[in-house]
Design a protein around this ligand. Structure first.
Ligand code: DOR
Ligand code: ZN
Ligand code: ZN
Length: 472
């Protein structure tokens, strides 16, 4: 049998701990068809020499804001996914705070259609939970929603959390779909922001005082309690604080279905960077102390943090460079995350296998894409991120594909870089140049059971919470 492509002589990095040195991968019809010591190059229509390179399962960024539809002057699905491909990411998951928000089946279908015409990477789509879409949740799942999103604290888009009773019912209804939380407490943020705004001088170091760690921890605690009461599986987005980590660690110890992510801004920046970077590093939740940063690295090592995502949140330079309280929060990350994380691997912060786990296997599992994505099993999608651990680079905003070119990482020196990315057997990036085609990316639908199926229905009635008001 012949192959469309052979990746020759690379080291295949298994997220669960081993590495296969100098193997050949045979790819056919977009799938991984063979892993062997040697495959005769004459059997491949195309052969890629991966000697000296590491082959990771295609990296997944499960938290991006591509601003499409409605805010495409900041980014659109084409520019955002091209940036992802250049950065070595093969699948993204897009957040629902677009205009209109992705809260109904019509909006989800339209976003999937439009993204399907523009995207360079595969993509999943989150659906927003609002005060009035409880009745549409099952339909959103059937339409392909990867999961649901709740903004417990308002951020960009001013989306309010559903009232608590509604959220309770929504969590009872979520079935096998996980609910991702932007976890910040609005009242505490309001209180501390008011106090900080009275301090003259617009010091950017006020940002973490205006939205303090206790605000995040309060919301994380509430999300975890609701998961316990309702049986819903939850995910904590962009964990930024040691205090939240402690709560998540305890929830995991109690075997609650809680997963968590952190982002490069909380691992590579800390409050000492505010004088230098100002509002360029303004983001919700804010970048905190060096102690929080170190705690997050430990959280990754311990497995309390399941995954890395970027919360890629592009804005224009004008929107970022406003005075402190008017500047918009958000950091572009989809293009710089992989070289930064590979640099951390080279520094001994984590192993390359660990990185494959937190950047591919874990997001694929948590969001229902495994084993099609997230690993290197035979018949999995042939998605691979090929990295050169000896490649040096300097992050230059002017070179970014994203429309957001005000990243805080300008001038960062990196060691280790993605040099090629394959999506379903096709190169979408080679040597740092996007080679894929707009519209090759597809909607990825999670594979867990449909909530209409009996197993899921049983679960919603049988989790031991019958004393509470029945689901409406
Ligand atoms: O800083 C942020 N920006 N935090 C969010 O939660 C939303 C995001 C955005 O959409 O800009
Ligand atoms: Zn958020
Ligand atoms: Zn976000």
């Amino acid at each position: 049998m012949n192959y469309d492509l052979i990746l020759k002589g690379g080291t295949l990095v298994d997220p669960l701990g081993t590495a296969l040195n100098g193997v050949d991968l045979g790819i056919r019809d977009g799938k991984l068809a063979a892993i062997a010591d040697t495959i005769d190059p004459s059997r491949g229509d195309d052969v890629y020499d991966a000697a000296g390179l590491f082959i990771l399962p295609g990296l997944i960024d499960a938290h991006v804001h591509f601003r499409d539809p409605g805010l495409t002057y900041k980014e659109d699905f084409g520019s955002g996914s091209a940036a992802a491909a250049r950065g070595g990411i093969t699948t993204v998951a897009d957040m629902p705070n677009t205009l209109p928000p992705t809260a109904g089946t019509g909006e989800l279908r339209e976003k999937a259609r439009a993204a399907g015409e523009k995207s360079y990477t595969d993509f999943g789509l989150f659906a927003l939970l609002t005060q009035d879409n409880l009745g549409e949740m099952d339909a959103l799942v059937r339409e392909g929603a990867l999961g649901f999103k709740v903004f417990l604290g308002t951020s960009v888009g001013n989306i309010a959390a559903p009232p608590l009773g509604t959220l309770y019912e929504q969590m009872r209804r979520a079935g096998p779909r996980r609910i991702a939380f932007h976890a910040e407490d609005n009242e505490l943020n309001g209180h501390f922001t008011r106090l900080c705004r009275e301090i003259p001088g617009d010091d950017p170091a006020l940002l973490p005082r205006a939205r303090p760690d206790i605000s995040e921890a309060e919301a994380v605690a509430r999300a975890i309690r609701l998961a316990e009461y309702t049986g819903a599986a939850i995910h904590i987005c962009h964990v930024s604080a040691a205090r939240s980590l402690a709560l998540i660690r305890e929830a995991k110890r109690r075997r609650l279905p809680v997963s968590a992510e952190t982002c490069p801004q909380y691992l590579f920046l800390d409050s000492g960077d505010y004088p230098r970077l100002g509002t360029r590093m303004k983001v919700n939740p804010p970048v905190r102390s060096a102690e929080d940063r170190e705690a997050l690295w430990r959280g990754i090592a311990e497995g309390v943090i399941d995954m890395i995502a970027t919360d890629h949140a592009p804005h224009t330079a004008e929107e970022k460079d406003r005075p402190l309280w008017e500047a918009l929060p958000g950091i572009a990350g989809v293009e710089t995350s992989v070289p930064l994380m590979l640099t951390a691997v080279n520094q001994g912060r984590l192993s390359l296998n660990d990185y494959a786990r937190i950047a591919s296997l874990a997001p694929a599992r948590v969001w229902g894409l495994y084993p099609r994505k997230g690993g290197a099993g035979i018949n999995a999608d042939a998605d691979f991120t090929i990295v050169d651990m000896a490649r040096r680079g300097v992050i230059r905003n002017a070179e970014l594909q994203s429309r957001h070119r005000t990243s805080p990482y300008e001038g960062f020196e990196t060691l280790g870089a993605p040099v090629a990315a394959l999506l379903r057997g096709r190169f979408i990036m080679k040597n740092g140049v996007v080679t894929g085609k707009a519209g090759f990316g597809r909607l990825v639908r999670p594979v867990n059971p449909d909530p209409a199926e009996p197993a899921a229905a049983d679960r919603s009635g049988g989790t031991g919470h019958a004393l509470y008001p029945p689901t409406v």
